[in-house]
Design a protein around this ligand. Structure first.
Ligand SMILES: *[C@@H]1O[C@H](CO)[C@@H](O)[C@H](O)[C@H]1NC(C)=O
Ligand SMILES: *[C@@H]1O[C@H](CO)[C@@H](O)[C@H](O)[C@H]1NC(C)=O
Ligand SMILES: *[C@@H]1O[C@H](CO)[C@@H](O)[C@H](O)[C@H]1NC(C)=O
Ligand SMILES: *[C@@H]1O[C@H](CO)[C@@H](O)[C@H](O)[C@H]1NC(C)=O
Length: 367
């Protein structure tokens, strides 16, 4: 089950450009809609658009997957049937509900097989949600490989689900056809791989939070290449946006958040050494968390400590929209919503979580 590929190519020497922009704030409460979670002690975390056109999310504090219907505003939730990895038995729902409170799950993505997948946090399992029947199954239990970091991530390719095993320093792949898991060791020790993204060029990109590098895995050969971010301590966290390459180039631009550097990076993998450009959050003190791209090619990102939706437009200008109800914006917003996720869609809208508010928000991009 476990295969590792030792062939590694590492690059150095990367051009780095810091671009900052004058802050520009805007807010329009009429463009926002909020949805309250229908269960107590909720902490909605990662979000995605399901194949059914609804918003799906997982909960950081409870053993739940929730669904928001954008047409009817109905919010439903479903309990993950937690199993104990050692015994491989399903716990009674009441027990799962209590133990699940410590699961700290925050990664959910649609699969190319028509299901939705979620990482179950400290339980170290991969859950599969059938959006038609709403049935949830645990398809992979990985406890033996060790993965205590809950903020791991996953992203589909046409044939399977790629995921990070953060504390185990591994990249995993779950095949839809065979249900088998293949793992690849990250070349840099204690790199803490976090965000992962299967790009349109057929390569798998991932963030090395402590390695301060972007990794790129070739699924055809298993070879991992690493791009060093020369400005130290950027803490690349989540990679979920790409924009088209320049004419004649093979690889798209790959966008990732830098949680410790209060910035967003753009990797251009078209040269041998790659080129990384950093875009700073106009507000001091944020911790950039997730990113997404809208239909016009604007890259949006959220920061944990500020109640904003930040935008990088096609000219590289960074601006932000303030989420309604905010009294103090920066350096730490009050009240603090702890906005972790941002997802473009369903519809022409950004969806985001207010983890400390037990709500999900929708910001319309219609003009
Ligand atoms: C919402 O309504 C639109 C238009 O009727 C439809 O295409 C879409 O599938 C609906 N979404 C959901 C989640 O039912
Ligand atoms: C768990 O048990 C089921 C049957 O009850 C079996 O099909 C499955 O392979 C087991 N999984 C592991 C990881 O042992
Ligand atoms: C997966 O299985 C389907 C149906 O059997 C088949 O058509 C497809 O080629 C398989 N894909 C891979 C990657 O093996
Ligand atoms: C870039 O800036 C120009 C001039 O301000 C503006 O007209 C254009 O819409 C901007 N392009 C994008 C993609 O934001």
């Amino acid at each position: 089950m476990k295969r590792t590929f030792p062939i590694v190519e590492t690059t150095t020497c990367i051009l780095i450009i810091i671009s900052t922009a004058a802050p520009s704030a805007s807010t329009d409460p009429s463009k926002f809609t909020f949805y309250k979670m229908p269960y107590p002690l909720s902490a909605p975390c990662d979000l995605c658009e399901g194949p059914d056109g609804a918003l799906w999310g997982d909960d950081f504090a409870g053993p739940f997957i929730f669904r928001v219907d954008p047409n009817t505003s109905l919010v439903e939730h479903y309990q993950i049937p937690y199993t104990t990895p050692a015994l491989n038995i399903t716990l009674p729902p009441e027990v799962g509900q209590i133990i699940g409170r410590t699961a700290l799950a925050c990664a959910i993505r649609p699969g190319a097989d028509g299901n939705i997948y979620a990482a179950t946090g400290t339980r170290n399992q991969l859950a599969r949600i059938n959006p038609k029947t709403r049935k949830i199954d645990i398809v992979v239990s990985l406890s033996v490989l060790g993965n205590l970091q809950p903020f791991n991530d996953l992203y589909t390719s046409p044939t399977g689900m790629w995921f990070t095993m953060t504390t185990a320093n591994l990249i995993g792949f779950y095949s839809y056809n065979t249900s088998r898991v293949t793992v690849y060791r990250v070349p840099t020790p204690v790199a803490v791989p976090l965000g992962i993204y299967y790009a349109s060029d057929g390569y798998v990109y991932f963030c090395e939070l402590l390695g301060n590098k972007m990794g790129r895995l070739d699924p055809r050969t298993g070879v991992i290449k690493e791009y060093i971010i020369p400005l130290g301590g950027q803490g690349p966290a989540v990679v979920r946006a790409e924009t088209p390459p320049h004419a004649g180039k093979k690889h798209p631009y790959i966008w990732f958040t830098c949680s410790l550097g209060n910035s967003v990076g753009r990797l251009d993998p078209n040269t041998e050494t790659g080129e990384i450009k950093l875009y700073s959050n106009p507000l001091l003190g944020g911790i950039p968390s997730e990113n997404t791209v809208d239909s016009k090619g604007n890259v949006w990102f959220t920061t944990l400590l500020q109640n904003t939706l930040c935008k990088i437009d096609g000219n590289g200008t960074v601006s932000y929209v303030q989420i309604p109800g905010t009294i103090l914006l920066a350096p730490i917003s009050s009240p603090l919503y702890f906005v972790l996720a941002v997802n473009y869609g369903p519809g022409n809208a950004l969806w985001f979580d207010l983890l400390l508010g037990g709500r999900v928000g929708r910001y319309s991009l219609d003009e």
